[in-house]
Design a protein around this ligand. Structure first.
Ligand code: TYD
Length: 401
């Protein structure tokens, strides 16, 4: 196979077997779902890490139930991102902001009072309707060259385009960048927020591997990709959100561009830490977590303890399916998202229940599949009066809180 950034040959880094699309929850346990390989590849030429098999976008986003959760952690992250953008004049009160993959419009809603105009674009029908009902103008479409032409005709040039946790959800980033370069003028900015490969590797976050995540970006691979489109990085900021995220600030290359010292600093750090031995440890630790968690959960089940998972997350589905855990070991999955409740997790067939149902009938153990909201969820459970259920955290190594 070849690299979808630079076309060089790639090699296999990790094979997690097969799984159905991680966000396609089922309406009944009997509903049949196809499974597809989850194989991670690495390119020595440009540093790109990519998923080998890309699913068709229409199939992937048809039964899409991912709704940005309302979370204090996320809301604090929005404040952090907004103040970074304003402080550096990347955003001003005159800015027209376009967000790609804007989901129900939570981030746009957050910044709307402080900028001139916000528009979202998202391919999921039900989800973009929710955004429009809330007053966030949202076009229901995939973002690419064709839709960028329509967006330009309808709304003009945005000053800044945001792509938060969706840029890697696309098999061909070149198409997306062609849309971005069509829409932005020479001073326009493209801000990409994504899980950061260095964190994924260092924290053993193999559960971040699922079909929507078609790329696992590093600074090196992002620079290589941008260069093909005559763009470059002018700033970088790191955030602990979602297990470690990176925010890239990019623009079309111009001689007057001021490059923040953060770009050099984080590039050096990545060169030192993202080494072949780091990748080797990641792969070894992935198999170790599988083995430990499998033995722990089956041992608890055999001992008569009840186990729920907390968070009907995409990463939770990779975790359960890779380890081979099903409704035989896990009684329920708890999730606060109404659209997910009453449905069944793909392949494992675990039924999703609400937090209220879980509080009324708590388990002995929660396997924390939304480990990125660990403190928030544990506090919520304890504040609701449940002091007995214990939490098993799978990442970066299996432990009980
Ligand atoms: P997310 O971390 O976005 O996971 P992924 O990207 O892997 O799908 O999803 C978090 C899930 O956790 C989401 O479905 C909502 C749920 N959740 C709760 O059930 N209770 C909570 O208090 C929080 C913060 C999240």
């Amino acid at each position: 196979m070849t690299c979808r950034i630079c076309s060089a040959d790639v090699s296999v880094l990790l094979d997690l077997g097969t799984s159905p699309p991680a966000n396609s929850l089922k309406k009944s346990p009997e509903q049949f779902q196809d499974s597809y390989p989850l194989v991670l590849e690495i390119c020595d030429n440009c540093g790109n890490v990519q998923l080998r098999d890309c699913l068709d976008e229409e199939a992937l986003y048809k039964d899409y139930f991912y709704v940005t959760p309302s979370s204090t952690l996320l809301s604090r992250h929005y404040d952090f991102l907004q103040s970074f953008l304003f402080k550096n004049n990347y955003l001003t009160s005159n800015s027209f902001v376009l967000e790609i993959g804007s989901n129900v419009g939570l981030f746009l809603d957050h910044i709307k009072p402080n900028v001139a105009k916000v528009v979202g674009i998202d391919p999921a029908q039900e989800i973009s309707e929710i955004a429009n009902q809330k007053g966030i103008e949202t076009v229901c479409d995939f973002f690419n060259e064709e839709s960028s032409v329509k967006l330009k005709d309808q709304f003009g040039n945005p000053n800044i385009i945001l792509a938060r946790h969706c840029f890697a959800h696309n098999c061909d980033p070149h198409r997306m960048l062609k849309g971005v370069t069509h829409l932005l003028d020479d001073s326009g900015l493209f801000v990409i927020e994504n899980a950061y490969l260095l964190n994924t590797i260092e924290n053993n976050e193999f559960d971040q591997i699922y079909h929507e995540h078609m790329f696992y970006y590093s600074i090196r691979s992002m620079k290589a990709l941008l260069a093909i489109h005559n763009m470059h990085l002018v700033d970088i900021i790191m955030s602990p959100i979602h297990g470690g995220s990176i925010v890239f600030v990019a623009k079309k290359v111009s001689a007057e561009d001021k490059i923040s010292s953060a770009v050099g600093k984080y590039t050096l750090q990545e060169d030192l830490l993202l080494t072949p031995s780091a990748f080797k440890h990641f792969v070894e630790n992935t198999w170790r977590i599988k083995d430990t968690l499998s033995r722990l959960i089956t041992g608890l089940r055999d001992g008569g303890w009840t186990i729920y998972t907390y968070g009907a997350t995409a990463k939770g589905n990779t975790l359960l399916n890779f380890i081979g855990l099903t409704d035989k070991e896990i009684k329920y999955c708890v999730d606060s998202t109404p659209m997910k409740q009453g449905k069944y997790l793909p392949k494992s067939n675990v039924k999703v229940i609400s937090e209220e149902e879980s509080q009324a009938n708590p388990p002995d153990y929660f396997l924390l599949t939304a480990w990125n909201y660990r403190d928030e969820i544990v506090n919520k459970v304890r504040q609701a009066g449940n002091y007995t259920s214990q939490f098993i955290v799978p990442i970066p190594f299996v432990h009980i809180l």
